[in-house]
Design a protein around this ligand. Structure first.
Ligand code: MG
Ligand code: MG
Ligand code: MG
Length: 305
Protein backbone atom coordinates (compact mmCIF):
# COMPACT_ATOMS: atom_id res chain seq x y z
CA UNK A 1 0.00 0.00 0.00
CA UNK A 2 1.30 3.43 -0.93
CA UNK A 3 2.20 6.09 1.59
CA UNK A 4 1.08 9.59 0.63
CA UNK A 5 2.80 12.91 1.26
CA UNK A 6 0.54 15.92 1.22
CA UNK A 7 0.56 19.59 2.19
CA UNK A 8 -2.33 21.88 3.10
CA UNK A 9 -5.52 22.72 1.24
CA UNK A 10 -5.31 25.58 -1.25
CA UNK A 11 -1.71 24.50 -1.75
CA UNK A 12 1.16 26.93 -2.18
CA UNK A 13 4.54 26.15 -3.73
CA UNK A 14 5.96 24.87 -0.43
CA UNK A 15 3.11 22.36 -0.05
CA UNK A 16 3.37 21.10 -3.64
CA UNK A 17 7.17 20.98 -3.85
CA UNK A 18 7.31 19.57 -0.29
CA UNK A 19 5.11 16.65 -1.39
CA UNK A 20 7.42 16.07 -4.37
CA UNK A 21 10.73 16.39 -2.49
CA UNK A 22 9.74 14.48 0.63
CA UNK A 23 8.08 11.65 -1.30
CA UNK A 24 11.30 11.32 -3.37
CA UNK A 25 13.39 11.15 -0.18
CA UNK A 26 11.06 8.55 1.37
CA UNK A 27 11.27 6.45 -1.82
CA UNK A 28 15.08 6.47 -1.56
CA UNK A 29 14.63 5.24 2.02
CA UNK A 30 12.55 2.31 0.76
CA UNK A 31 8.98 3.53 1.18
CA UNK A 32 6.42 3.21 -1.62
CA UNK A 33 5.68 6.90 -1.41
CA UNK A 34 3.46 9.10 -3.60
CA UNK A 35 3.25 12.91 -3.75
CA UNK A 36 -0.28 14.25 -3.32
CA UNK A 37 -2.03 17.62 -3.26
CA UNK A 38 -5.19 19.15 -1.81
CA UNK A 39 -6.14 21.50 -4.61
CA UNK A 40 -5.22 23.24 -7.81
CA UNK A 41 -1.71 24.30 -8.75
CA UNK A 42 -1.10 28.08 -8.59
CA UNK A 43 0.54 30.04 -11.43
CA UNK A 44 3.64 30.44 -9.28
CA UNK A 45 3.89 26.70 -8.64
CA UNK A 46 3.22 26.00 -12.33
CA UNK A 47 6.18 28.27 -13.15
CA UNK A 48 8.40 26.21 -10.82
CA UNK A 49 7.22 22.83 -12.17
CA UNK A 50 7.70 24.00 -15.78
CA UNK A 51 11.11 25.49 -15.06
CA UNK A 52 12.53 22.28 -13.58
CA UNK A 53 10.35 19.66 -15.23
CA UNK A 54 8.44 18.56 -12.14
CA UNK A 55 5.23 16.50 -12.24
CA UNK A 56 2.01 17.60 -10.58
CA UNK A 57 1.33 15.62 -7.40
CA UNK A 58 -1.76 13.41 -7.45
CA UNK A 59 -5.00 15.18 -6.46
CA UNK A 60 -6.19 13.18 -3.45
CA UNK A 61 -8.41 14.67 -0.76
CA UNK A 62 -9.54 11.60 1.20
CA UNK A 63 -7.15 9.67 3.50
CA UNK A 64 -9.24 7.46 5.78
CA UNK A 65 -7.28 4.24 6.44
CA UNK A 66 -4.18 5.48 4.57
CA UNK A 67 -0.65 6.16 5.75
CA UNK A 68 0.40 9.79 5.34
CA UNK A 69 3.23 12.25 5.79
CA UNK A 70 2.05 15.82 6.29
CA UNK A 71 4.05 18.85 5.13
CA UNK A 72 3.69 22.58 5.72
CA UNK A 73 0.94 22.54 8.39
CA UNK A 74 -0.41 20.73 11.44
CA UNK A 75 -3.72 22.64 11.46
CA UNK A 76 -6.84 20.48 11.03
CA UNK A 77 -8.68 23.45 9.47
CA UNK A 78 -6.47 23.18 6.37
CA UNK A 79 -5.83 19.42 6.31
CA UNK A 80 -8.00 16.78 4.59
CA UNK A 81 -11.31 16.39 6.46
CA UNK A 82 -10.64 12.73 7.35
CA UNK A 83 -6.97 13.10 8.30
CA UNK A 84 -7.70 11.86 11.86
CA UNK A 85 -8.84 8.53 10.31
CA UNK A 86 -5.42 8.19 8.65
CA UNK A 87 -2.16 7.03 10.18
CA UNK A 88 0.13 10.04 10.19
CA UNK A 89 3.67 8.66 9.94
CA UNK A 90 5.42 12.00 10.11
CA UNK A 91 5.31 15.77 9.81
CA UNK A 92 7.70 18.29 8.23
CA UNK A 93 6.54 21.80 9.03
CA UNK A 94 7.61 25.33 9.93
CA UNK A 95 4.41 26.75 11.49
CA UNK A 96 3.11 26.97 15.01
CA UNK A 97 2.10 23.55 16.31
CA UNK A 98 -1.53 23.03 15.33
CA UNK A 99 -4.24 20.66 16.51
CA UNK A 100 -3.37 17.52 14.53
CA UNK A 101 -3.06 14.55 16.89
CA UNK A 102 -1.99 10.97 16.15
CA UNK A 103 -2.78 7.55 17.52
CA UNK A 104 0.75 6.21 16.96
CA UNK A 105 4.25 7.67 17.46
CA UNK A 106 5.38 9.75 14.53
CA UNK A 107 8.54 11.20 13.05
CA UNK A 108 8.33 14.90 13.73
CA UNK A 109 10.43 17.49 11.89
CA UNK A 110 9.20 20.89 13.00
CA UNK A 111 11.60 23.84 13.00
CA UNK A 112 11.21 27.63 13.23
CA UNK A 113 12.65 28.27 9.76
CA UNK A 114 11.25 30.02 6.69
CA UNK A 115 10.07 27.04 4.66
CA UNK A 116 9.17 23.34 4.94
CA UNK A 117 11.57 22.61 2.09
CA UNK A 118 14.44 23.95 4.19
CA UNK A 119 13.57 21.24 6.72
CA UNK A 120 13.27 18.63 3.97
CA UNK A 121 16.76 19.70 2.80
CA UNK A 122 17.96 18.97 6.36
CA UNK A 123 16.24 15.57 6.15
CA UNK A 124 18.10 14.76 2.90
CA UNK A 125 21.36 15.72 4.64
CA UNK A 126 20.46 13.71 7.73
CA UNK A 127 19.82 10.56 5.69
CA UNK A 128 22.76 11.33 3.34
CA UNK A 129 20.57 11.10 0.27
CA UNK A 130 21.63 13.09 -2.79
CA UNK A 131 19.10 15.61 -4.08
CA UNK A 132 18.51 15.35 -7.86
CA UNK A 133 19.05 18.52 -9.88
CA UNK A 134 15.37 19.07 -10.77
CA UNK A 135 14.15 18.55 -7.21
CA UNK A 136 16.89 20.84 -5.86
CA UNK A 137 15.74 23.60 -8.22
CA UNK A 138 12.11 23.25 -7.12
CA UNK A 139 13.05 23.19 -3.42
CA UNK A 140 15.15 26.31 -3.91
CA UNK A 141 12.18 28.13 -5.49
CA UNK A 142 9.83 27.03 -2.71
CA UNK A 143 12.21 28.51 -0.13
CA UNK A 144 12.59 31.74 -2.15
CA UNK A 145 8.78 31.95 -2.31
CA UNK A 146 8.08 31.32 1.38
CA UNK A 147 10.87 33.66 2.53
CA UNK A 148 9.99 36.33 -0.09
CA UNK A 149 13.57 36.11 -1.45
CA UNK A 150 14.99 36.29 2.13
CA UNK A 151 13.06 39.49 2.98
CA UNK A 152 10.51 37.87 5.29
CA UNK A 153 11.22 37.99 9.04
CA UNK A 154 10.60 34.22 8.98
CA UNK A 155 13.81 33.75 6.97
CA UNK A 156 16.78 32.29 8.89
CA UNK A 157 20.42 31.58 8.10
CA UNK A 158 19.42 27.95 7.62
CA UNK A 159 17.13 29.02 4.77
CA UNK A 160 19.69 31.19 2.99
CA UNK A 161 22.29 28.42 3.32
CA UNK A 162 19.81 25.86 1.96
CA UNK A 163 19.04 28.06 -1.06
CA UNK A 164 22.73 28.51 -1.82
CA UNK A 165 23.39 24.76 -1.55
CA UNK A 166 20.33 23.90 -3.67
CA UNK A 167 21.20 26.53 -6.31
CA UNK A 168 24.58 24.90 -6.70
CA UNK A 169 23.02 21.46 -7.19
CA UNK A 170 20.43 22.86 -9.61
CA UNK A 171 23.06 24.81 -11.55
CA UNK A 172 21.27 28.13 -11.01
CA UNK A 173 23.70 31.03 -10.83
CA UNK A 174 21.49 34.03 -10.13
CA UNK A 175 18.86 32.57 -7.80
CA UNK A 176 17.61 36.04 -6.73
CA UNK A 177 16.83 36.92 -10.35
CA UNK A 178 14.94 33.65 -10.70
CA UNK A 179 13.09 34.50 -7.48
CA UNK A 180 12.04 37.87 -8.92
CA UNK A 181 10.90 36.20 -12.15
CA UNK A 182 8.76 33.90 -9.99
CA UNK A 183 7.25 36.80 -8.01
CA UNK A 184 6.41 38.64 -11.23
CA UNK A 185 4.42 35.54 -12.29
CA UNK A 186 2.81 35.53 -8.83
CA UNK A 187 1.89 39.22 -9.17
CA UNK A 188 -0.35 38.72 -12.20
CA UNK A 189 -3.91 39.68 -11.28
CA UNK A 190 -5.34 40.49 -14.71
CA UNK A 191 -8.20 38.21 -15.66
CA UNK A 192 -8.48 36.73 -12.17
CA UNK A 193 -11.90 36.81 -10.52
CA UNK A 194 -12.33 38.50 -7.14
CA UNK A 195 -12.71 35.06 -5.52
CA UNK A 196 -9.53 33.85 -7.21
CA UNK A 197 -7.72 36.77 -5.63
CA UNK A 198 -9.16 36.62 -2.10
CA UNK A 199 -8.52 32.90 -1.86
CA UNK A 200 -5.30 32.58 -3.91
CA UNK A 201 -3.28 32.21 -0.70
CA UNK A 202 -6.01 31.95 1.92
CA UNK A 203 -6.21 30.21 5.28
CA UNK A 204 -8.88 30.00 7.96
CA UNK A 205 -7.88 30.05 11.60
CA UNK A 206 -9.84 28.97 14.68
CA UNK A 207 -9.47 31.73 17.24
CA UNK A 208 -11.35 31.08 20.44
CA UNK A 209 -14.98 30.57 19.45
CA UNK A 210 -14.48 32.53 16.24
CA UNK A 211 -13.14 31.64 12.87
CA UNK A 212 -11.27 34.15 10.77
CA UNK A 213 -10.02 33.97 7.19
CA UNK A 214 -6.76 35.60 6.16
CA UNK A 215 -5.71 35.86 2.54
CA UNK A 216 -2.44 37.25 1.25
CA UNK A 217 -1.43 38.51 -2.18
CA UNK A 218 2.28 39.10 -2.60
CA UNK A 219 3.07 41.39 -5.53
CA UNK A 220 5.94 43.49 -6.84
CA UNK A 221 3.72 46.59 -7.24
CA UNK A 222 0.56 47.35 -5.22
CA UNK A 223 -0.87 49.61 -7.92
CA UNK A 224 -2.21 46.47 -9.66
CA UNK A 225 -4.98 46.56 -7.00
CA UNK A 226 -5.98 50.20 -7.52
CA UNK A 227 -9.05 49.28 -9.57
CA UNK A 228 -9.65 45.96 -7.80
CA UNK A 229 -10.23 46.94 -4.16
CA UNK A 230 -13.95 47.47 -4.52
CA UNK A 231 -14.56 43.99 -5.95
CA UNK A 232 -12.19 42.51 -3.36
CA UNK A 233 -14.18 44.04 -0.48
CA UNK A 234 -17.44 42.83 -2.02
CA UNK A 235 -16.10 39.31 -2.32
CA UNK A 236 -14.63 39.36 1.21
CA UNK A 237 -18.12 40.21 2.55
CA UNK A 238 -19.58 37.29 0.58
CA UNK A 239 -16.87 34.93 1.79
CA UNK A 240 -17.45 36.01 5.39
CA UNK A 241 -21.21 35.33 5.16
CA UNK A 242 -20.86 32.02 3.30
CA UNK A 243 -18.41 30.58 5.81
CA UNK A 244 -19.83 32.19 8.96
CA UNK A 245 -16.56 33.96 9.73
CA UNK A 246 -15.93 36.65 12.33
CA UNK A 247 -13.53 38.45 10.00
CA UNK A 248 -11.98 38.21 6.59
CA UNK A 249 -8.66 39.98 6.17
CA UNK A 250 -6.70 40.27 2.96
CA UNK A 251 -3.09 41.39 3.04
CA UNK A 252 -1.93 43.12 -0.11
CA UNK A 253 1.79 42.69 0.35
CA UNK A 254 4.27 44.82 -1.57
CA UNK A 255 7.48 42.81 -1.59
CA UNK A 256 9.51 45.74 -2.98
CA UNK A 257 8.55 48.48 -0.50
CA UNK A 258 8.16 45.76 2.17
CA UNK A 259 4.81 46.27 3.82
CA UNK A 260 1.18 45.23 3.59
CA UNK A 261 -2.09 47.02 3.00
CA UNK A 262 -4.65 45.29 5.20
CA UNK A 263 -8.23 45.06 3.90
CA UNK A 264 -10.71 44.18 6.64
CA UNK A 265 -14.28 42.93 6.72
CA UNK A 266 -15.18 42.17 10.33
CA UNK A 267 -17.95 41.85 12.93
CA UNK A 268 -15.72 43.96 15.15
CA UNK A 269 -13.06 46.12 13.52
CA UNK A 270 -11.81 47.34 16.90
CA UNK A 271 -10.21 43.90 17.51
CA UNK A 272 -8.16 44.31 14.35
CA UNK A 273 -7.26 47.89 15.32
CA UNK A 274 -6.17 46.72 18.77
CA UNK A 275 -4.08 43.88 17.31
CA UNK A 276 -1.98 46.21 15.19
CA UNK A 277 -2.36 49.39 17.28
CA UNK A 278 -3.57 51.28 14.20
CA UNK A 279 -6.87 52.90 13.21
CA UNK A 280 -8.56 51.55 10.11
CA UNK A 281 -9.43 54.14 7.51
CA UNK A 282 -12.36 53.03 5.39
CA UNK A 283 -11.66 49.35 6.35
CA UNK A 284 -7.99 49.46 5.41
CA UNK A 285 -4.61 50.28 6.89
CA UNK A 286 -0.95 50.17 5.79
CA UNK A 287 1.35 48.07 7.96
CA UNK A 288 4.95 49.05 7.36
CA UNK A 289 7.38 46.13 7.31
CA UNK A 290 4.68 43.46 7.51
CA UNK A 291 5.42 40.61 5.07
CA UNK A 292 4.55 37.50 7.05
CA UNK A 293 1.02 36.37 7.91
CA UNK A 294 2.42 33.64 10.15
CA UNK A 295 4.79 35.81 12.16
CA UNK A 296 3.45 39.37 11.94
CA UNK A 297 -0.33 38.95 11.69
CA UNK A 298 -1.74 35.76 13.25
CA UNK A 299 0.16 35.99 16.59
CA UNK A 300 -1.25 39.50 17.16
CA UNK A 301 -4.82 38.49 16.44
CA UNK A 302 -4.93 35.18 18.32
CA UNK A 303 -4.66 36.53 21.91
CA UNK A 304 -7.50 39.00 21.37
CA UNK A 305 -10.05 36.27 20.60
MG1 MG B 1 2.18 26.87 2.97
MG1 MG C 1 5.59 26.89 3.99
MG1 MG D 1 3.50 32.08 1.98
Amino acid sequence: MSIFVTGHTNPDSDSIVGAISLSYLRRQLGDDCVAARQGKISDETRFILDKFGGDEPLLKTSYSGEEVWVVDTTDLAILPKDILQATVLGVADHHKLGDLTTSTPLECWIRPVGCSNTIIKEMFDHYRVEIPKDIAGMMMCAILSDTVIFKSPTCTKVDTKAVKDLAKIAGVEDFKALGMEMFIVKSAVEGASARDLTTRDYKEFDMGASKIGVGQLEVVDLSVFDDKKEILFEDMKKLKDESGLHSVIVLLTDIMTEGSQLLVVSDDETIIEKAFDKKLDNHEVWLEGVLSRKKQVIPFLQPLF
